[in-house]
Design a protein around this ligand. Structure first.
Ligand code: DAH
Length: 356
């Protein structure tokens, strides 16, 4: 191996060992730079004869070219490596599963409520909503439950700041205050139309009051079948000739449609509520399925008390009707076979997603 071949091989080795573009530029300077090996060899030509200069000069040039070719090849290889490293870093795996948005849905209690609204609308009932923070008057007194009435103790609730001693604000314990609110508005409309004064009890003619009022209610109660916040739906039908018979047919129609079965018995069990007289609990019994043969309480009900009719602004000698108040959560539990009410309010997605 002559000296030129050795230099070319050394240059190739140095280029191969260069790991960065800066290393490579240093190696280039060693061989091709101003004081590099090749320049030194060119300078040595001066001492040679003309003939020797020719052959030696040509050989040096060939070697120089070989070194340049090796340098360019290494530069290209480095650029290629960098590009592929970058591509690898930015790699996109198109076979990975996509990110999906969770799909929301209605809560089972909302589903039950929507269903109830739909059924009563089909029977000609209006659907009304009332405030959850109520006054003592609408929640109790107007419903024939004056202060110190023992029935109030069954409705222990949360009192809210901002009321007065005569009209404290409380979280409503039932949806029944909506009976008064809705009826008063209804009566006002027709009383004004008939030109009656504000204070007398209206005994003129007006369309019947037929409404349901679903919504949240509150009581100091918490176990597997009671939650401090729960849902009720109030029903009210007042007219000139509305009797228990109508309550029975309306409720039977509702409950069989709600549960999608005619295999169901309805029972009115005598009870007591201050705002109805007579009063009854409504029990149902399925004739098939897992709950078959057990009486299940689903609602309070009764004929609206004359004093309540009076508080609506109506003459009880002329107007009569029925009311009921049913637990929506209870109906949802029965419909979906849920045994613990608290599951509805824990917010566990694994439970809730089963209803979608
Ligand atoms: N408000 C009663 C309760 O929460 C339920 C009730 C009973 C409502 C009889 C009514 C009714 O409208 O007539 O316990």
């Amino acid at each position: 191996m002559n000296d030129l071949t050795v230099i070319v091989e050394n240059a190739k080795l140095a280029f191969a060992q260069a790991l960065t573009p800066a290393d490579l530029e240093n190696a280039k300077a060693q061989f091709l730079g101003k004081s590099g090996h090749m320049t030194e060899l060119m300078k040595g030509l001066a001492q040679l004869s003309v003939d020797e200069k020719k052959t030696r000069g040509a050989a040096i040039n060939l070697s120089k070219q070989a070194i340049e070719v090796a340098l360019n090849a290494r530069r290209q290889a480095m650029a290629d490596d960098e590009l592929s490293a970058q591509l690898r870093a930015d790699a996109l795996d198109v076979t990975l599963p996509g990110r999906q948005r969770g799909q929301g849905g209605l809560h089972p209690v909302s589903l039950a409520q929507e269903r109830i609204e739909e059924i009563f609308r089909s029977m000609g009932f209006d659907v009304a909503e009332g405030p959850e923070i109520e006054s003592d008057w609408f929640n109790f007194t107007a419903l024939n439950t004056p202060e110190d009435h023992p029935a109030r103790s069954m409705h222990d609730t949360f009192y809210v700041e901002g009321g007065s001693i005569t009209a404290p604000n409380l979280l409503r314990t039932h949806t029944s205050p909506m009976q008064i609110r809705y009826a008063v508005q209804h009566v006002k409309k027709y009383r004004t139309a008939a030109g009656h004064s504000r204070d007398d009890l209206f005994s003129g003619s007006m369309p019947e009051i037929r409404v349901i009022a679903p919504g949240r209610t509150y009581r100091v109660d918490s176990d597997a079948t009671h939650s401090p916040m729960f849902h009720q739906v109030e029903g009210l039908w007042v007219g000139e000739n509305i009797s228990f018979k109508d309550l029975k047919s309306v409720y039977l129609n509702f409950i069989t449609t709600f549960f999608e079965t005619d295999d169901l018995k309805l029972r009115f069990r005598p009870s007591y509520f201050p705002f109805t007289e007579p009063s009854a609990e409504i029990d149902i019994m399925f004739q098939t399925g897992p709950l078959n043969g057990r009486w299940l309480e689903v609602s309070g009900s009764g004929q609206v008390h004359p004093q309540v009719i009076r508080n609506m602004g109506l003459d009880p000698e002329r107007y009569i009707g029925f009311a009921f108040g049913s637990g929506i959560d209870r109906l949802a539990m029965l419909r979906y076979g849920v045994s613990d009410l608290r599951l509805f309010f824990d917010g566990d997605i694994r439970f809730l997603s089963q209803f979608q």
